[in-house]
Design a protein around this ligand. Structure first.
Ligand code: DAH
Length: 440
């Protein structure tokens, strides 16, 4: 059990300790290594970037096959390679690249990003440099090695991360940019971006979401003057800054610090606030591992870092009940938000009825829930609300059966029986052809 310490801030009330269940968090936990497909292809991602070769047309996604993010050209046929075993990026994910919801000032994610900017601008007289247009395609070195993610960490598996090839991924966190920016000499910076993770399906999980990373570097004269050691000084400054941020976003709330683990920081903490009658994690943070500074040629410095998920916070602040809504282009959603209006409460325009379909099958050794969810999303897209395991048994012969319940529900309209039956039929077909399972 992690220890929690209470916050004694002049802005916010101290709280009493409460136990809390922690939900799954990838950078906090370790798991056994999952073998990768052999790393046959070199990092050849950008080799054909300007070759102008003809693009395959997709029947499902009428998406531009070439796009640009922060000056980097992204070509669909380099990113989606069905015939390449080191690649697991589907069309549905490619179609999100370049949308950059966090750069829209009238979108809840853009409004939240700007509110955080405002906090740092006001309190650090504009010294934090902001990046929100860095390419989400990064090397495994940047995404994992540079931030000390262990070789056997679960986040490196093909089951959890989208690989473009063996050495290139869609970033799974904005921490992927820490070392590059430290190396460039930045001392205070914020990085906002879309991040990508293979995951299960429910109201709070979507394979693309948005994070903001913050880093502040100190030089020896700063902590020496304080009489504190470097780590204590950074931890103290970190806690003060982030408590201020939480108050800026949530008002006068109770807070507490929980000790935790991240590969990139030591010590590591989570900030929780007591909001709407429960403790809620706001962000992860800590004092940057000295090894990261060493790799950035910043041996003499000490630094702190934090990372937060924008959707998590925006869902609470704007009362948005389903993570799919962030992607909605329905005017009844988009018209409810405007620049600078943090916390305008979302008014659901209608709650359409869900439709549940069960599917039972014998699994194979390679079966994973994330793979199933990818197949379901590939067919039903945002019409799928939840995929839930409702039955699981192994028979005398050692065969394991799973039954999943798929909830279909649009956030925008009523679905017809006919449409849902067709989707379910297509899901069953795709499960058989792609997942190596036997339907029952
Ligand atoms: N990268 C972490 C994640 O995605 C979040 C995080 C935690 C970032 C602690 C940090 C940090 O910079 O210090 O879960």
């Amino acid at each position: 059990m992690a220890a929690a310490s209470l916050v004694h801030s002049s802005l916010c009330r101290p709280s009493s300790f409460l136990h809390q269940q922690y939900h799954h968090h990838r950078f906090r936990t370790f798991a056994l290594s999952i073998p990768f497909p052999s790393s046959g292809s070199p990092a050849s991602l950008f080799s054909s970037l300007s070759s102008g070769s003809p693009q395959k047309k997709s029947r499902w996604a009428p998406v531009a096959a070439v796009l640009e993010v922060g000056g980097v050209k992204i070509v669909k046929e380099d990113v989606v390679r069905e015939d390449d075993p080191t690649n697991n990026v589907p069309d549905t994910i490619f179609s999100k690249l370049g949308l950059q919801l966090h750069r829209r000032d009238n979108h809840p994610l853009g409004i939240l990003k700007n509110a955080i900017y405002e906090y740092f601008d006001t309190n650090y007289s504009g010294k934090f440099v902001k990046f929100d247009n860095l390419s989400p395609i990064v090397s495994t070195k940047e995404n994992f090695d540079d931030v000390l993610v262990p070789a056997d960490h679960v986040s490196r598996s093909y089951n959890d991360t989208y690989y473009v090839n063996a050495n290139t991924v869609l970033r799974c966190h904005t921490s992927a940019h820490q070392v590059e920016l430290l190396r460039q000499g930045h001392n205070q910076f914020l990085v906002t971006g879309d991040v990508y993770r293979r995951d299960s399906i429910d109201a709070t999980h979507y394979p693309v979401f948005h994070q903001m990373e913050g880093v502040r570097v100190f030089s020896p004269d700063e902590w020496q003057a304080s009489g504190l050691d470097a780590t204590s000084y950074a931890a103290m400054d970190l806690k003060k800054s982030l408590e201020g941020l939480a108050c800026h976003l949530f008002g006068d709330v109770e807070m507490r610090w929980v000790d935790t683990y991240f590969p990139f920081t030591n010590p590591s903490f989570e900030l929780e606030i007591y909001f709407q009658e429960k403790w809620m994690e706001v962000l992860g943070c800590g004092v940057t591992e000295q090894e990261i500074l060493k790799r950035s040629d910043r041996m003499d410095n000490v630094a702190w870092a934090f990372g937060l998920g924008l959707e998590r916070l925006a869902m609470v602040l704007f009362e948005i009940p389903d993570i799919r809504l962030f992607w909605s282009t329905d005017e009844r959603f988009t018209s409810q938000f405007s620049e600078g209006q943090l916390g305008a409460k979302f008014k659901p325009f209608s709650k359409f009825p869900p439709c549940y379909k069960d599917v039972s099958f014998w699994i194979s050794d390679s079966f994973t829930e994330n793979n199933l969810c990818e197949v379901v999303r590939g067919i039903a897209g945002d019409l799928v609300e939840e995929v839930q395991l409702i039955d699981n048994f192994t028979n005398k012969k050692g065969m394991t059966s799973h039954c999943y319940r798929i909830a279909y529900r649009s956030t925008e309209r009523s679905l017809t029986d006919e449409e849902i039956n067709q989707l379910q039929w297509n899901v069953r077909e795709a499960m058989q052809s792609k997942l190596n399972v036997v339907l029952r």
